[in-house]
Design a protein around this ligand. Structure first.
Ligand code: ADE
Length: 265
């Protein structure tokens, strides 16, 4: 089992009319390594293979008129039957779905079997959403040409959470508090000076406690500046609360605040 730390096998089936869209992304990067290592099995299924007519029709004009095409329900039903996908957790990628965030990714990474259904054109016949779909997900408030890029985003974000995929240093389920509550701090690597820009001194002096504090303050500051609504979800200690209050105050009094407030803690 997952909690027991043994190898978890996650199966992901993708139903799409453009299976080729996934070839390169799924054969490179960490997702490819996760497949090779057996952490996840990702299978692509062409909905066109589950049509019954000579023209292999996957879409049709909408009842009631209007432009665009709607994916037909029968190929989805046939694919689910033929591939025995009915017990998998079926996700339809759609702009009107629930927003994908780290909590949702974490929850999905615990499912042993995901079925990702990619819509196209005007979408898919509503009855598919009724009989086959368990969850509807959007990756953001913009309209894609189809669900395929969204499915890739979801696969990437979920697969890296499977224990073992990122290596043992980061069981993302464990260090997720830091990971999904705040925006990340700045990171630096060699050289120590680049085009006149030095790396912050605190990172060079070998004091791990100071480094930890500095990173925490940077994360808080960045979150405060860019995504203040996320701060409401974070537990701040008294010092941190006072620091954030000072940031707010100096904003209302028109003052400027350095992005490097590490010395405050
Ligand atoms: N299909 C079209 N747009 C989408 C979006 N933003 N998220 C998920 N699936 C989509």
């Amino acid at each position: 089992s997952r909690s027991g730390g043994s190898l978890q096998l996650v199966k992901i089936d993708v139903l799409t009319i453009f299976p080729g869209f996934f070839d390169s992304p799924l054969s490179t990067s960490i997702v490819a390594r996760a497949s090779e290592a057996g952490h996840v099995t990702i299978d692509l299924h062409d909905l066109r293979s589950y049509t019954g007519d000579r023209h292999r029709t996957v879409d049709d004009a909408p009842f009631g008129g209007g432009g665009g095409m709607v994916l037909k329900p029968e190929p989805v039903a046939a694919a689910r039957r033929a591939l025995d996908l009915q017990r998998g957790h079926c996700i339809y990628l759609t702009a009107d779905g629930a927003p994908l965030d780290q909590d949702r990714c974490k929850r999905l990474s615990l499912k042993p079997h995901l079925v990702l259904l990619c819509g196209h054109y005007k979408g898919i016949d509503e009855r598919v959403r009724q009989f086959a779909v368990d969850e509807e997900i959007s990756i953001g408030d913009y309209v894609l040409t189809g669900g395929e890029p969204a499915a890739l985003v979801l696969i990437d974000a979920v697969v890296r959470l499977i224990p073992g995929v990122l290596g043992n240093f980061s069981s993302a389920q464990e260090d997720s508090f830091h990971e999904d509550a705040l925006l990340d701090c700045p990171w630096y690597t060699r050289p120590a000076e680049f085009e006149g820009l030095p790396v912050p001194e605190v990172l060079m002096n070998g004091n791990h406690e100071q480094v930890r504090n500095w990173r925490r303050v940077q994360s808080l500051r960045r979150t405060y500046e860019r995504r203040p609504e996320l701060l409401a979800r974070v537990e701040l200690d008294d010092d941190e609360r006072r620091m954030v209050d000072r940031w707010k105050q100096s904003e209302t009094t028109g003052g400027t605040t350095s992005a490097f407030e590490r010395d405050e803690l």
